[in-house]
Design a protein around this ligand. Structure first.
Ligand SMILES: [Zn+2]
Length: 364
């Protein structure tokens, strides 16, 4: 068994130990003996259940008591363990467990922790069988990442770190000097997709970069410069493949909408809306498409990648849900505030059936 990645065991006082430090997700065990506190600390070494029972026996802690402590920590989500082979159920005992903060333990934090545990499993040898089902969903997920400038490369790394099992990378264009970090200066001129794959393969040996013929991706993150790529996005919509539109612009990178075909507006809906408010937009967009790629400040790229990864995980963990970026896009304004726009289904697009439209414009 092991502690969820990033969590430490802390000594609070006699009889009281804490796992994790952030009050939103840390938990406190109280009513412990000194030997039990040492057992909790031993979890940092990822012992097996048998190891822990042996340690307990040597210091006068019964197996039942060891099981009870492990059960409490597992139920709290701070310890993961492969399923029990003996079916033993823990029982009795006085240790109690409570959140370290004000008790408002956030589900999102737990899910994120579960994702981190999954990533540790990917990079390690054995994987973590006890992590949440959401992690299994990520391990079996197939995600395409098209466009591997700074934002796309950081997005691919973020998806791998979260535990996505298969990445289909697409961008044969050469690494530019403005891509350095996350790329290295020695990568300049080499194909982006092979450089990203090599780096991620060494960091996460179990990550796959291909899928059997006929596999449909669960999601494609499409990052383009200045304007979107209508032919590619239209094809994804027609083939019912969910996709996240990311556009690196002059002043800001826009993340969204997350297009789930049939469930909200597509990229063409946005283009039609823009053409209606800006008559020259189709002509302007055509010219923008052939300009050199827009360089991105690192802070902008890392924000966009983080936002894209979060949106992707939301969809992958709950494929039937309605992720926050369905019908919406978000960007950082010049003052560093997030600017969210809601987009309606355009009546002339025909990409979806009737959908309650929520009006276009900045809402926050
Ligand atoms: Zn549409």
């Amino acid at each position: 068994m092991r502690l969820v990645s990033g969590m430490d065991v802390l000594w609070r006082g006699a009889g009281s130990s804490q796992v994790g430090s952030d009050p939103r997700c840390a938990v406190v065990l109280e009513g412990l003996s000194g030997a039990e506190q040492q057992l909790i600390e031993a979890l940092a070494g990822s012992p097996s259940r048998q190891d822990l029972r042996r340690r307990g026996a040597a210091s006068g802690v019964s197996s039942a008591r060891v099981d009870r402590l492990v059960e409490l920590l597992t139920r709290a989500g701070v310890v993961t363990e492969p399923p029990s082979v003996d079916g033993r159920t823990a029982h009795g005992g006085s240790p109690s467990l409570r959140p370290a903060g004000d008790g408002t333990t956030g589900d999102a934090q737990w899910r994120e922790r579960a994702g981190l545990a999954g990533a540790a499993g990917l990079a390690g040898a054995a994987g973590i069988a006890g992590a949440a089902g959401a992690v299994d969903a990520l391990a079996s997920a197939v995600v395409g990442v098209t466009g591997l400038g700074r934002t796309g490369a950081l997005t691919a790394a973020g998806l791998a770190a979260a535990g996505v099992g298969t990445l289909l990378l697409s961008d044969p264009s050469p690494v530019l000097s403005t891509d350095v970090l996350p790329y290295r200066s020695t990568d300049v001129g080499r194909p982006r997709e092979s450089r990203v794959a090599e780096d991620l393969r060494s960091a996460a040996p179990l990550l796959r970069f291909g899928a059997p013929a006929g596999t449909w991706p669960d999601l494609v993150v499409v990052t383009t410069s200045r304007v979107s790529d209508p032919p590619l996005l239209r094809r994804l919509t027609q083939e019912d493949v969910p996709h996240l539109v990311v556009v690196v612009g002059e002043l800001a990178t826009t993340v969204g909408p997350l297009v789930v075909p049939g469930r909200g507006p597509c990229a063409r809906c946005l283009d039609l809306a823009r053409a209606r408010s800006e008559r020259a937009w189709p002509a302007v967009a055509t010219q923008l498409r052939v300009l050199p790629e827009q360089a991105e400040p690192y802070t902008q790229a890392s924000w966009a990648a983080g936002t894209a990864v979060r949106a992707a995980l939301e969809l992958l963990r709950a494929p039937g849900g309605r992720p926050a970026l369905t019908g919406a896009s978000v960007e950082l304004d010049l003052d560093g505030a997030e600017l969210r726009r809601e987009w309606p289904v355009h009546p002339d697009c025909g990409c979806t059936g009737p959908e309650p439209t929520r009006g276009s414009g900045v809402t926050g």
